[in-house]
Design a protein around this ligand. Structure first.
Ligand SMILES: NC(=O)c1ccc[n+]([C@@H]2O[C@H](COP(=O)([O-])OP(=O)(O)OC[C@H]3O[C@@H](n4cnc5c(N)ncnc54)[C@H](OP(=O)(O)O)[C@@H]3O)[C@@H](O)[C@H]2O)c1
Length: 335
């Protein structure tokens, strides 16, 4: 038998194994459903959070939306109520204006206030957050503090409140929205990558703590997604960051939200979109929780190959950075 035949044979066997695992995974995984359940979404008035609200409302959940701007919250509530009206199972929608970055008293009471109307929170989706892409030395202390406060502490404290309630119920789903920029540090994202990376470690620790209580933890690592937040991020983004990140493409918030909800209901620890996302989450799994057979086998079998592929990505990123540096230097000399 020639080498080509051997390779073909190996590829077919690997393909069949993966197909078998995918089917087995679907049969084994006990997908939960959201009909009549209370889902709380921080950052639910815009972008990915708002799309998650539509996704869960369409599945019959009662929805609590949290953000700061009350006018945007009211508009989001009306939008999500329209989705509820078109779905078979009618849920309720309520809104709360809270600054998750600093308003600790309001954070501790919002779960109680929301639960008083819609019952115990079954699923908390932490979406509130923002990114600031700027060169390291140009980031002001206020911006760095705010990136940490909103992205990390804004998820931390409200999740503590939710976990207290979920432990009593002996069930629940917690979702943290990190980023692909939380899986690897990228040019211009020193504050943002640090904050989103911290969320992944927070989720790993919490996953181990709450597992016996039938509470699952999922981390969403979205790629670039077409949202008002992404538009804002682009305003300060260095050219290097734009060139590096555009390779992975731009996703729709609805696609990210759909995958987030599907994977969270299946209890998967990581959820992401696209080929780069698949590669990154497999490569960065480390000592993270093992929650499904398919992802685990992909991590075991493909990590070595993906590490080799990462060398090409890193080489092309370094080239972009070096080229921009040279251009800056030559225009400085010309001045
Ligand atoms: N879009 C992307 O390309 C992308 C990629 C990876 C990860 N992510 C992450 O995904 C999440 C959602 O991003 P997005 O692009 O959908 O953002 P977005 O469109 O700007 O929406 C952000 C939401 O968070 C709320 N929010 C912001 N700061 C808050 C605070 N201090 N307290 C309470 N609510 C706050 C906003 O409402 P108010 O301003 O009214 O408070 C809004 O509802 C973020 O965590 C982001 O880092 C986004």
């Amino acid at each position: 038998m020639s080498l080509c035949c051997y390779l073909e044979y190996i590829l077919i066997v690997v393909g069949v194994i993966f197909a078998f695992i995918a089917v087995a995974d679907k049969l084994i995984s006990k997908k939960r459903d959201l009909k009549g359940k209370h889902v709380m979404i921080t950052g639910g008035s815009s972008g990915i959070g708002l799309s998650v609200a539509h996704e869960v409302a369409g599945r019959g959940a009662h929805v609590t939306l949290i953000a700061r701007n009350i006018a945007n919250l009211e508009k989001a509530k009306a939008d999500v109520e329209a989705t509820v009206a078109n779905s078979v199972a009618g849920g309720k929608v309520q809104i709360f204006s809270v600054n998750l970055g600093c308003d600790s008293d309001a954070v501790s009471s919002v779960i109680k206030d929301a639960e008083a109307v819609l019952g115990p929170v079954y699923m908390l989706v932490n979406c509130a957050g923002f990114s600031r892409a700027q060169k390291f030395e140009e980031l002001s202390p206020q911006v760095v503090k705010s990136v940490m406060d909103v992205n990390v502490l804004g998820s931390f404290f409200i999740t503590q409140e939710a976990v207290r309630s979920m432990k009593q119920q002996q069930e629940g789903i917690i979702v943290f929205t990190s980023s692909q920029g939380g899986l690897l540090g990228l040019y211009g994202f020193s504050a943002y990558s640090a904050a989103k990376g911290a969320l992944i470690k927070l989720a790993e620790a919490l996953h181990m703590e709450v597992k016996p209580y039938n509470i699952t933890v999922t981390v969403c690592c979205p790629p670039d997604t077409d949202t008002p937040g992404f538009e804002e991020e682009n305003k300060t983004k260095p050219t290097e960051t734009k060139l590096i990140s555009e390779a992975a493409g731009l996703f729709k918030p609805e696609e990210v939200a759909h995958k987030l909800v599907e994977d969270a209901l299946a209890g998967k620890f990581m959820t992401t979109n696209g080929l780069e996302g698949f590669m990154l989450t497999a490569l960065c799994a480390g000592m993270g929780p093992i929650t499904d057979l398919k992802s685990f086998l992909a991590q075991v079998l493909l990590s070595g190959v993906f590490r080799a592929v990462s060398a090409f990505y890193l080489w092309s990123f370094d080239r972009i950075v070096y080229k921009e540096y040279q251009q800056r230097m030559s225009s400085k000399k010309a001045e």
